[in-house]
Design a binder for this molecule. Structure first.
Ligand SMILES: [Zn+2]
Length: 258
């Protein structure tokens, strides 16, 4: 029932019809009864593959396809096949690699310190309403992208047709995501800080207890970017001090709203 309401364009005052096999929305002559931004959000949520019970592709690594390579801008991916996992630039050059356990630990420190700030929620929620139209556009584009993906998977369109569409959609999606800061605080973030009164140890314990998908939600809310720089210091990092120094040198980041 919820699904039917949420995916029916009538509720945002629009009429859907089909043109060349595509769904086209035009303004209907009735008033919208639900908020348009919410409508697209719900529609994307319901189409989200992670909602399926098997949860394919559930994130296993904290920074994979979130953090980027500082050299070429490609996402980081996991580099396996060694005694310890590493993150590796997923671009053609594989510009950088860095130990995963150390990097995740370092990011965890940053997160907990940030959440121990008293005004963290005010900081995160400041935004202006002029971004509303952009938010609607973003949700629409995400819906089109998901639709194209679904059509390719069910072989209604070719891989080639999908790539064309993807090339058109993704840059704008990325641009809008950059412009639109998160304005809602995920529940997990509230759980981390509730009654902690800035106590770092409490926040830290809770952070460690979270699974990776939940930790990634927190990162998405807090960070504008996390980038891995090329190594400057060659050789072994043995002591804690050496490791920390190396991580400070190599991990660049930007907070949201700062
Ligand atoms: Zn790279």
């Amino acid at each position: 029932m919820l699904r039917r309401i949420c995916t029916n364009a009538v509720y945002i005052g629009k009429r859907a019809y089909e043109e060349d096999g595509k769904e086209v929305l035009v303004k209907g002559d009735w008033p919208a009864i639900v908020d348009e931004e919410l409508f697209w959000k719900a529609r994307n949520l319901l189409a989200d593959p992670s909602r399926k019970t098997t949860r394919p592709g559930r994130a296993k690594y904290l920074l994979a396809f979130f953090g980027t390579c500082d050299v070429c801008g490609a996402y980081l991916a996991r580099l396996g096949g060694r005694e310890v996992n590493r993150y590796r630039c997923n671009g053609p050059k594989g510009c950088v690699t860095i130990r995963m356990d150390w990097t995740d630990m370092f990011i965890g420190h940053l997160v907990c310190q940030r959440l121990a700030k008293k005004d963290i929620f005010e900081l995160l929620t400041k935004h202006d309403d002029t971004k509303k139209d952009l938010a609607i556009e973003l949700e629409k584009l995400r819906a089109s992208y998901q639709e194209a993906l679904d059509m390719m998977e069910s072989e209604e369109i070719s891989l080639r047709a999908f790539s064309v569409k993807e090339k058109k959609l993704l840059p704008r999606i990325a641009e809008l995501e950059e412009t639109l800061r998160p304005v809602t605080i995920p529940k997990v973030l509230e759980d981390l800080t509730r009654d902690a009164r800035g106590n770092l140890a409490t926040i830290r314990t809770r952070w460690m207890a979270l699974d990776i998908p939940a930790q990634r939600d927190v990162l998405r809310t807090l960070f504008k970017s996390i980038r891995i720089r090329k190594t400057k210091t060659l050789g072994q990092h043995k002591t804690d001090e050496q490791i920390e120094y190396m991580l400070r040198e190599r991990i660049a980041f930007e907070w949201v709203n700062e």
